[in-house]
Write a protein that binds this ligand. Structure first.
Ligand code: ADP
Ligand code: MG
Length: 260
């Protein structure tokens, strides 16, 4: 059985794409077969995060009715499979959302889990994701602007009568001025699924063209993603965080390339 999750927030830059990649990678680390799909159709960058800006086939070709979405799958060395978007400006202008649901359906039985990286805004593009998936996971950062935009996404999901699993609070620094988790939960009225710390290893991993779990396995944020994934699939996870220094960018680079 394939379960489809949409990763959404009306605000840009809160970490939808980062979460899609790393949560998927965490599911892979628990033995799940996972596909990630770039559904930020007007500004796709999932494949850029993974180091390959352009692929010959993309979700845009499938939405244009030229090929099946299942024919646009690319393997990443970390074990993920990716359906990229086409980063071309002209492709963004001519997206056909009417085929979105059926295109996504062609991934049924092709993986255990499909994570769909959604577009920001309360746009038809974001709505297409909401309608096509089984569950929505929203992402926010612990500040009022992001939480307020997350509430818009939640309203959209309610309007579509779809199910929200909860919210992931990303880029948590533990600073005094951040919105407390209890307030975020109370304001959004959905469960906080977990928190992901602010960690510069995320940017280092992007430079290394892979999920942080794959490129910098000892990063604190790696354990946060694994903890979150374990919770979502009802599995035990006890992080064995070794008391050694976090690898520097250079060390991470070497480690990443060896693994690749
Ligand atoms: P969105 O898809 O919501 O627009 P992105 O995933 O592209 O957001 O993230 C926006 C920026 O924030 C990226 O540069 C990314 O590296 C950074 N980022 C995301 N999550 C974290 C984190 N936990 N720690 C540090 N940087 C992060
Ligand atoms: Mg994004």
């Amino acid at each position: 059985m394939t379960t489809f999750f949409g990763i959404l927030c009306a605000k840009g830059g809160v970490g939808k794409t980062t979460t899609t990649i790393n949560l998927a990678s965490a599911f892979v680390s628990f033995g799940r077969d996972v596909i990630i799909v770039d559904a930020d159709l007007t500004a796709p960058n999932l494949s850029i995060h993974l180091g390959v800006p352009t692929f010959p086939r993309s979700i845009h070709d499938a939405l244009a009715g030229e090929i099946q979405l299942s024919e646009c799958l690319y393997f990443h060395p970390s074990g993920l499979r990716l359906v990229p978007g086409n980063i071309g400006y002209e492709h963004a202008k001519t997206v056909n959302l009417q085929n979105f649901y059926s295109a996504l359906q062609s991934l049924k039985q092709k993986a255990d889990i499909v994570l769909v990286d959604g577009a920001p805004g309360i746009t038809p593009e974001a709505y297409a994701v909401i309608q096509a998936v089984d569950y929505i996971i929203t992402i926010t950062t612990p500040d009022l602007a992001a939480v307020s935009d997350t509430r818009r996404t939640i309203k959209m999901v309610h309007e579509a009568k779809k199910e929200i699993l909860g919210v992931i609070v990303n880029r948590v620094r533990g600073e005094e001025h951040e919105l407390p988790l209890e307030n975020i939960q109370a304001f959004l009225d959905i469960p906080v699924l977990g928190t992901i710390p602010e960690d510069s290893n995320i940017r280092a991993a992007t430079q290394l063209h892979g999920p942080v779990l794959y490129t910098i396995p000892d990063a604190p944020v790696t354990h946060a993603y694994k903890r979150l994934a374990a919770k979502l699939i009802g599995q035990e996870y006890t992080a064995i965080v070794e008391q050694k220094k976090i690898p520097s960018f250079k060390e991470g680079l070497l480690k990443g390339w060896r693994l690749g």
